[in-house]
Design a protein around this ligand. Structure first.
Ligand code: 5AD
Ligand code: FES
Length: 347
């Protein structure tokens, strides 16, 4: 089968062999990318029309006990200036978010021990009480089943935990010894079992990534069938062991967005900040490749620069309201519209 035939097959069956996924990513060219893009956008429009969902992202802490080799807030980075938002600060971000029309709040942060089950449960309950009808998404790393369960009971609706790579050996090259691929995947399974809308994801162009590891990522998405999938280019951070690596590309990221849209037409797929960082029109191009979510930053301006997973991150000097207006304009320019909606997956 050639690349076009594999794309046809994906559109029809929503699955492919590992070898076919690997063939696709190693033989990407303009024509195939365009072919996939058109079919992906057709699927996106069938399910979501020209509507784009927005999530207000609140970066609650950059304190992290983990030491992922690619990440700017890894614990070994002594140059990283640490912060943790207080509960009133987080609630104020949500207040501002509601004023701006957001109906989903994403609390994202490093694995910061301060955010115990008790602290987080109280916070989630308070947010759900103050903003009825809003969804709360957590993106706070690996926790125990009991913890995920308590947070679900407290009202959390969704959980994002990028799997990072679906290849164990690759996972081990990106993470320190104390982190395990097995536990990562177990966490995702648990989240799904507990009834969360669960999101996985990976970085495009991560160090040591190959067509074979990418094929496994696509197979994982096909089989795990996440509700959401966060993918963006890897971008080096100067104070990490991967400082000298090159960034992932716009082309490959957009192509993978299209392929993922074909595998799962109703998936919630963000055009990420990292994509907007490697190219001024990156997020627009992500939407035009099949993405249907944007995640404007709602964090207080005072901490924006400190949540630096990678260098050059955009939107660190803009107020939340500015990002909202900016994104609305950007989406409008390409014929899409941001809607004030919880933006649950269409099943
Ligand atoms: N470049 C791009 N994305 C990164 N992430 C962490 N470090 C980087 C980087 N250098 C991503 C990881 C993580 C998410 C919160 O950010 O995939 O899961
Ligand atoms: Fe933040 Fe454009 S989205 S400045």
């Amino acid at each position: 089968m050639n690349g076009f035939e594999i794309i046809d097959k994906l559109e029809r069956l929503k699955k492919a062999e590992l070898s076919e996924y690997a063939f696709l990513v190693s033989n990407i060219n303009e024509e195939i990318a365009e072919y996939a893009r058109e079919k992906a956008v057709a699927a996106q429009k069938r399910v979501y029309g020209n509507k784009i969902f927005a999530r207000g992202l609140i970066e609650i802490s950059n304190i992290c006990k983990n030491d992922c080799l690619y990440c700017g807030i890894r614990r070994s980075n002594k140059a990283c200036e640490r912060y943790r938002l207080t509960e009133p600060e987080i609630l104020a971000c949500c207040e501002e978010g509601e004023r701006l029309g957001f109906k989903t709040f994403v609390l994202q942060g490093g694995e910061d021990g301060f955010f115990s089950d008790e602290v987080l449960s109280k916070l989630v309950k308070e947010i759900k009480k103050r903003h009825s009808g809003c969804a709360v998404t957590l993106s706070l790393g690996e926790r125990s089943r009991e913890s995920y369960e308590l947070l679900k009971k407290a009202g959390a609706d969704r959980y994002l935990l990028r799997h990072e790579t679906a290849d164990k050996a690759h996972y081990e090259k990106l993470h320190p010894k104390e982190m395990s691929f097995k536990n990562r995947i177990k966490c995702l399974e648990t989240l799904k079992e507990l009834g969360y809308q669960a999101g996985c994801g990976f970085m495009v162009g991560a160090p040591y990534q190959t067509p074979e590891t990418l094929a496994k990522d696509l197979k994982f998405i096909e089989e795990f069938s996440p509700d959401m999938c966060g993918i963006g280019p890897f971008i080096p951070h100067k104070d990490t062991p991967f400082a000298d690596r090159s960034a992932g590309t716009l082309k490959m990221t957009c192509f993978l967005l299209s392929v993922i849209r074909l595998i799962k037409p109703n998936i919630l797929l963000p055009a990420t900040t990292a994509l907007g960082t490697i190219h001024p029109k990156g997020r627009e191009m992500g939407i035009l490749a099949g993405a249907n979510v944007v995640m404007p930053n709602l964090s207080p301006l005072s901490v924006r620069k400190k949540y630096e997973l990678y260098n050059g991150k955009i939107c660190t000097g803009e107020e939340s309201a500015e990002c909202k207006i900016c994104l609305e304009k950007r989406m409008e320019q390409i014929g899409y519209e941001i809607v004030a909606d919880r933006g649950d997956i269409v099943k």
